[in-house]
Design a binder for this molecule. Structure first.
Ligand SMILES: Cc1cc2nc3c(=O)[nH]c(=O)nc-3n(C[C@H](O)[C@H](O)[C@H](O)COP(=O)(O)OP(=O)(O)OC[C@H]3O[C@@H](n4cnc5c(N)ncnc54)[C@H](O)[C@@H]3O)c2cc1C
Length: 420
């Protein structure tokens, strides 16, 4: 008689869920992915900076994008307010888009096991199994359930109802501009680079990504920017999340609903504090979007036959640029634990012991990198510590470099070849 495969129920069909599903399939599990959203996921997070670790994990699940991964970047640059280059750092990396990465994972996973429009509402654990109940009244039995359902995870809420995202005190304005729409100065001084501009207490950064349909041809690509700006929770954030009709959204606001006044203020502030090429970039950005920045730390990741992975467990501020790699590595650690331990609960405990420490470390590291963007400090010492991460050298050496995966620490500013 054939041995029945063990079944994993995966809640959340984004990056974390798909990586885990593909990795578990590889070790012989039967997997099913359940995604709440009915339409195909797309466009989230616009640009993603990749790392060799991410490419290795893609290869493990049979995805070999080669030159198709994204746009190669050779150098990081920081521009002063007058547009002068005040720092340079050679740092070859490939920037891709959320859509491209997602599509590669989605195409690699069997379509008949990816269930859209399925919202998890409740989990029941019982001896020998776990049952997922969905909003449409259906349910599924499995040997293991993974919560890959993001920052507001329903899985986490059932087991850790008091653990919630904590607002970091600043927001990110983001945007994506067609290469063909960029004025000359931006094309020349920004497009080839991972570029930064550092107004006091703020950070603007940008890098090139593929165009529509992963078009990597010159003239058809896009430039992606992220502009971090402080916004006090009780007044400024509330105002930014309030739409034209006076409705205040919780957590985030759909881009078309952002009030024209908020966008206008952001643009005119940019005219005062940003380097000229970034000002040009803002002027040609048709629909900026707004993302409040949060920290999230779960004290646990395993609950008998249920585990949390990716953003459901830990959300680090985007400065470390490692959310996707972290989610992928959670999946890898889980697959490794499940192939070592026969008993699911023991495997999940082993997984938790390994990944909790890494989750804490990445959140902590990202918090330090973003600490100078706060508006309030408890002490002068705290302010001085935060400001150490605000120099061009520190920003270029510490942003999106995944040192947390290898246990490296800070104080790497000497690596930078800044031309100050
Ligand atoms: C400004 C910014 C910039 C970033 N830049 C980078 C970068 O350069 N590099 C990088 O690696 N990362 C970056 N990230 C982080 C990255 O986007 C995330 O860490 C990563 O996508 C995590 O994926 P996830 O699958 O865990 O969660 P998510 O992508 O949030 O997916 C969760 C999924 O679960 C679904 N879901 C939720 N609830 C339910 C339910 N009850 N039932 C069923 N489905 C449900 C959701 O619809 C969603 O599709 C950035 C993030 C931000 C905010």
């Amino acid at each position: 008689m054939p041995v029945q495969k063990r079944r994993a129920i995966i809640i959340g069909g984004s990056m974390g869920g798909l990586f885990a599903a593909l990795l578990l399939e590889r070790i012989g599990w039967d997997t099913h992915v359940f995604e709440r959203v009915t339409a195909e996921l797309s466009g989230r997070g616009a640009g993603i900076v990749t790392h060799p670790e991410l490419v290795e994990t893609l290869a493990l699940v049979g995805i070999h994008p080669g030159d198709d991964l994204g746009v190669p970047i050779e150098e990081r640059r920081t521009l002063g307010i007058d547009g002068d280059v005040i720092g340079r750092y050679r740092c070859p990396q490939i920037a891709t888009s959320w859509n491209h990465l997602f599509q590669m994972l989605r195409n690699a996973y069997p379509a008949e096991r990816y269930h859209q429009g399925k919202e998890l509402v409740r989990i029941e654990e019982h001896s020998g199994g776990v049952t997922a109940h969905f909003a449409d009244g259906s349910s599924m039995e499995g040997d293991l359930l993974l919560g890959a359902d993001g920052i507001r995870s329903a899985v986490r809420q059932q087991f850790l109802p008091d653990v919630r995202p904590v607002y970091a005190g600043y927001v990110a304005w983001r945007g994506l501009v067609e290469e063909s729409a960029l004025p000359q100065a931006a094309l020349q001084d920004l497009f080839p680079y991972f570029a930064f501009c550092l107004p006091p207490g703020e950070q603007m950064l940008g890098y090139p990504v593929a165009g529509a349909g992963n078009d990597l041809r010159q003239g058809h690509r896009r430039y992606n920017f992220v502009w971090y700006r402080p916004a006090d929770e009780s007044d400024e954030l509330r105002r930014l999340l309030t739409d034209e009709r006076g409705h205040t959204h919780s957590g985030s606001i759909p881009p078309p609903l952002i009030a024209a006044r908020s966008i206008g203020e952001m643009r005119s502030h940019g005219e005062r504090v940003l380097a000229p090429p970034f000002r040009e970039l803002l002027r040609v950005t048709e629909q900026p979007f707004l993302q409040p920045i949060y920290d999230l730390e779960s004290p646990r990741m395993a609950f008998q036959r249920v585990a949390l992975i990716g953003d459901a467990a830990f959300v680090a501020r985007p400065h470390v640029g490692g959310g996707v790699a972290k989610a992928a590595h959670d999946g890898m650690a889980l697959a490794q634990a499940l192939s070592t331990e026969v008993d699911v609960e023991s495997a999940l405990n082993r997984f938790e012991a390994e990944r909790l420490a890494i989750g804490r470390r990445i959140v902590d590291q990202a918090r330090r990198l973003g600490s100078y963007m706060r508006t309030r400090f408890e002490s002068l010492e705290e302010r001085q510590l935060a400001e150490r991460h605000q120099t061009p050298e520190a920003v270029m050496n510490e942003t999106a470099l995944l040192t947390f995966l290898h246990g490296a620490d800070f104080g790497q500013a000497e690596r930078v070849q800044a031309t100050m």
